[in-house]
Ligand binder design. Sequence first.
Ligand code: NAP
Length: 345
Amino acid sequence: MTQALTIGREVTLRHHPRDMIGPDDLAIVSRAVPPLRAGELLVRNRWFRISISTRLMADPGAQVVEGIPFPPLHPGDTLADGAIGEVVASAPDSAIAVGSLVLHPYGWRDWAVVAASQCTSIPAPDDAAAFEPAVYLGHGWTAYAALTHGTQVRAGDTVFVTSGAGAIGAMAGQIARRLGATRIVGSTGSADKAEWMTAELGYDAVVRRDRGDLAAQLASAAPDGVDLVVDMIGGDQLAVAAAQTRTGARLVLLGALGAELDATRATLAAPVLLDSFQLILRDVTIRGYSACADEAAGGFADWLRWQAGAALHHAVSRVEGLDQAPAALHDACAGRLRGVVIVAL
Ligand SMILES: NC(=O)c1ccc[n+]([C@@H]2O[C@H](COP(=O)([O-])OP(=O)(O)OC[C@H]3O[C@@H](n4cnc5c(N)ncnc54)[C@H](OP(=O)(O)O)[C@@H]3O)[C@@H](O)[C@H]2O)c1
C-alpha cells in the first residue's frame, strides 16, 4: 500500500514545567506522518481530550505508574490522551476499514499512526451533527465504573462528590442519582461553578473550597451525614468527608487532585490524616479504585449501553483547534474549566 507524504501538527513538551504547566512549556511542531507498518491505521483526529494528569506526567521525576494510563513525558515527546478520529488508510492486515470512526490513545496531534489493536471502533452515528464525543472521551465511564464496580450506590444514599464540577465529578453526581441516591452534594472552588452545578448538574447543595470551614459547610449541606463519598481530591476534603460519614458508609477514592495540582509541584504523594477509630466504629469501607482494569475487561461496553438510556448532561468545555490546546491545559489545571475538556480539530 502506498501512502502520500502527510505533514501534521503535534503538541510536544518543550521542557519540564517549573510549577504550573502552560503554553511556554509546550511547542506545536509540524512533522511528516510515518508510513504505515503491518497492523497499523492512519487516523485523522477529530477530537481529543485534555487531562490534568498531563501535568503530573510532564514532571521531571515522572515514572511509569501502573493504573495511570499516561506515559512520562520528556522534552521533545508528543503529548498523548484519548482521541476520536477517522481512519483514512489501513494496512492490509488490519481489521478496521477506511472510513471507520475509532477511539484511541493518541490525541494532541492532527494525524495519528495507531496499531489497530489499540483502537476501539465507534458505530457510525445516525445523525453526525448530534454525535457527542464526550460519551467516549469524557469521564462518565470512569464515574459509572466507580459507582458500579468500585462501590455500590444504595437507595436513599446521601453522596458527597469532591471536585464535583470536574471531568469525573460532573458525571458522578448525576450517575449516583440515577443509581438511587437521593441527596447529592458536591465540592468546587468558585461561586459560578457552584451555581452551574445546582442549575445544570442536579446537585442539591455545593460546598466551596474557596470559602473556608469545609466541615461546617458539609455539615450544613448533609445534616444527617454522608453515606457515600466519591473522592477526587484527597487531603482536607477527604478528611472532612470521612469525619462526617454515617454507619456503613463507603468511600471510593479515584484521584488526589490536591497533590496533582499542588501550586508548586505535581506529586504522587497524598498523605491524609483520618480518625481510624471513628471509621472502625462506624463500619466504614474505603476503597482506592482505578477504572483501567474494568475498561480492559469490557466494562466500557456496559457504560455505552447504560448511558444511552440515562439522559445524562455531558458536561464539556469545548476548545476549537490544536493551537488553543496548550492554553486550555493550563486553564484546566488552574480550575477555570468545567467537566471534561475536549478539543475539536
Ligand atoms: N481512578 C480512575 O480511574 C481515574 C481516571 C481518570 C482520572 N483520575 C484521577 O481523578 C482525579 C480527577 O480527575 P478529573 O480529570 O476529573 O479532574 P478534574 O476534577 O477535572 O480536575 C480539575 C479540577 O480540579 C480542581 N482543582 C484545581 N486545583 C485544585 C487544588 N489545588 N486542589 C483541589 N482541587 C483543585 C478544580 O475544580 P474546582 O475549582 O471545581 O474545585 C479543577 O477544575 C485526578 O486526580 C485524576 O488523575 C482517576
